[in-house]
Ligand binder design. Structure first.
Ligand SMILES: NC(=O)c1ccc[n+]([C@@H]2O[C@H](COP(=O)([O-])OP(=O)(O)OC[C@H]3O[C@@H](n4cnc5c(N)ncnc54)[C@H](OP(=O)(O)O)[C@@H]3O)[C@@H](O)[C@H]2O)c1
Length: 346
């Protein structure tokens, strides 16, 4: 027997479109292995929204979006309808929120998540903004919702950092977490090590479509800090916001000359996030560090992201992933949708 899961999607950018592709390419796997059929009943982007309780065609919507259209001018769409308004109206079981991150106030994702949870609709986040601003509020609201709240895609894409930390480090005391969480800055540092200045490496990354036109979130450390805040709240059990991460220093002041000098000493620079327990609380920081080559994080190169959990009874757990493009993140969203759908209703 196949169970239908009605999905509403906010954000039709790289991740949203990749999810539409997966809804098509993985439909057979979802049906055969999980007994699930995903039906898209609403979608929103910055142009507006479209709703259809009978189901929108993911392939058609994706093609419309790729040819320059938007949800607002899709067949049956409503230009100017906001994403939270769509969530208030949509007939859905799960909201996938993959809008652009907003560090100022977490919107529109935060109001979308609030509206969904109020209506008993489960929430899957790719956008870190709502969690960074309102982790406690959203997790409390989710307890009352039918499908709950999942956000494994918000930390290192498909690397299941949140899942490992919440599910697998059972009864562990995690003394220290260190990680490299931003592949754009990591690949820029690697390019600088190969020759060229920061400016040249950044320009090349932008030409290659790796770095955003406005790369500040990545290269100034804020994307890394966002992920550290989510880990601190969700795995370490300490309420935290961005204001608790001090310092947040990016890679913009690192010179190619110093990279080469330190290389001769057997050191490599990485943008490292740290949560270290001191006097019963975790101190949080994001900054470049010069690491000896034999350290695990020194071997997290180029596009890779990685994390180390120093635990009392499960050893030094070290993980890394090499992923490119939005597909692994969309796959992590799909993982969360499937896991929420499999949970018995509370
Ligand atoms: N790309 C990755 O690999 C990756 C990995 C992990 C997490 N994430 C997170 O996932 C989210 C999506 O990433 P992305 O790469 O898909 O970003 P993106 O390509 O920039 O797409 C962002 C989407 O958000 C929509 N949007 C912006 N403002 C909106 C508003 N006020 N109301 C409704 N929709 C709005 C945009 O609409 P328009 O299309 O109309 O402009 C666009 O569809 C971000 O929060 C990002 O940080 C991404």
């Amino acid at each position: 027997m196949t169970h239908t899961v009605r999905v509403a999607l906010v954000g039709l950018g790289n991740v949203g479109r990749a999810l539409l592709d997966l809804m098509i390419s993985k439909a057979g796997t979802l049906r055969d292995q999980y007994g699930l059929e995903l039906v898209l009943t609403g979608a929103a982007d910055s142009s507006g929204a479209v709703l259809d309780a009978q189901g929108l065609a993911p392939g058609e919507l994706r093609a419309h979006k790729s040819s320059g259209g938007g949800a607002g001018n899709y067949r049956g769409g409503q230009a100017g309808m906001s994403a939270p308004q769509m969530v208030e109206l949509v007939a859905a079981d799960v909201l996938v929120e993959a809008a652009a991150v907003n560090l100022q106030n977490g919107q529109p994702g935060l109001d979308c998540a609030r509206a969904a949870l109020r209506r008993g609709i489960g929430v899957v986040l790719a956008d870190k903004g709502p969690l960074v601003h309102a982790f406690g509020e959203l997790t409390a609201a989710a307890k009352a919702a039918r499908f709950g709240l999942a956000y494994s895609a918000t930390v290192c894409g498909a690397l299941p950092v949140v899942n490992i930390g919440q599910r697998d480090l059972v009864a562990c005391d995690v003394r220290l977490v260190r990680g490299i969480f931003n592949s754009t800055s990591n690949s820029i540092l690697q390019a600088m090590a190969g020759g060229g200045s920061y400016e040249q490496a950044l320009r090349q990354a932008q030409l290659d479509g790796i770095a955003e036109a406005d790369p500040s979130l990545d290269v100034e450390g804020w994307d890394t800090a966002n992920k550290l805040v989510i880990i601190t709240n969700s795995i370490l059990g300490q309420p935290a916001t961005l204001a608790d991460v001090q310092p947040v220093v990016g890679i913009t002041k690192i010179s190619a000359a110093e990279i080469h000098e330190r290389a001769a000493l057997g050191q490599v620079v990485k943008l490292v996030a740290t949560a270290e327990r001191e006097n019963g609380r975790y101190a949080l920081s994001v900054q470049p560090e010069w690491l000896p080559l034999n350290e695990f994080l020194a071997g997290v190169t180029g596009w890779e992201m990685g994390i180390v959990f120093d635990t009392d009874i499960m050893g030094l757990q070290q993980f890394k992933v090499d992923e490119r493009g939005p597909v692994p993140t969309a796959a992590a969203v799909l993982r969360d949708v499937i896991n929420l759908a499999a949970k018995p209703a509370s």
